[in-house]
Design a protein around this ligand. Sequence first.
Ligand SMILES: Cc1ncc(COP(=O)(O)O)c(C=O)c1O
Length: 428
Amino acid sequence: MPFTANRQFKAHPRLLASARDMHYTAADGHRVLDGTSGLWCVNAGHGRQPIVDAISRQAAHLDYAPSFQLGHEDSFRAASEVADLMPAGLDRVFFTNSGSESVDTALKIALAYHRARGEGQRTRLIGRERGYHGVGFGGISVGGIAPNRKAFSGVLLPGVDHLPHTHDLARNAWSRGQPAWGGEPFADALESLVALHDASTIAAVIVEPLAGSTGVLVPPKGYLERLRAITAKYGILLIFDEVITGFGRLGAATGSEFFGVTPDLITLAKGISNAAVPAGAVAVRRSVHDTIIEASAAGIEFFHGYTYSAHPMATAAVRATLGIYRDEGLFDRAKALSAAFEEAAHALKGRRHVIDVRNLGLVAGIELTPRPGAPGARAAEAFGKCFDQGVLVRYTGDILAVSPPLIVGEDQIGQIFETLARVLDTVE
Ligand SMILES: Cc1ncc(COP(=O)(O)O)c(C=O)c1O
């Protein structure tokens, strides 16, 4: 099982049987409020009829179309609809099947772009400590999670460096929204890497605008703006990994829109199809796309692609999902709920074990003091007890994360954080 303590799970399985709107039903019949949108992906809620209908119609109509040298109309419609939600200028779209594939695709596009401009020596990639970019060799190389890298350390991509992460509990604990401290100093670490390696060797910088998987790390004020300024100054491409922040999580179509900072490439997955069918995409600045296409001799311009790129079922799910976001105004709804969500999250201040609460849009992180000698055990116990008491949360190390579907009601927000408060009182 992926990222699972297999022996523990098999001794005490937690099985889900069905899902509808805000709830899962477990195999033992108890209902579980989805406080995490599955794995940050079911942004429109579960079992949405327009998506179910679109997928089943498509399966009967065109089950599959090869994606090499052939296409199907829905893939171009889906690409245009995705592009409409991206910041101005990022209107070329390459479909993948997952966040990991989107990341590896974006890194390859960055390398192909510099090669097309006659700067093929720009091959260095810069990620960030505590970054999560999926599990491909590209993604774990630029990613900054030690256990994901350790076993594969001998074969990680060469020529990768990392920025420091931006988490500073001593200065920024209990921040509501973006932390006040650290924007410029954390981003200026990129100047040091440029001085060390020389800009002429660096292809791209990849960061999550808000890091989700490693414990909800909200970017300090001014940080992303500064990264943008430095990358632009040196001709380095900036990639935002928006696999989590894309499609409404922060109360805007993208994190880029929310923060008002436009990168050169955006990686997408998860909420793009409401997770009903695996899907992902990379949105690319048109000038980057055109450079690659125009510099190539006749024939294939970009040697990359998946058997299931723009799979008809995926493009059907993407189009139906984006239709729901639009028709129900779900990104605005997330924005409108953010203040109540922030209040409810910060009400955990003062509860047992809680050393920080942080939040942005419909994401909150609750950091606990680790149990001596057993890091992660405390949050794992809280996760299990919440599940038994009918609320799904997530944990990474000793950080609990909450990120409900954008259809969540205020009473359900209350239920999530009240359950957490009750559970934390009983956790050793
Ligand atoms: C920012 C980010 N990038 C990439 C991924 C990998 O996505 P997938 O699991 O679909 O490969 C994730 C998954 O959580 C993610 O949060």
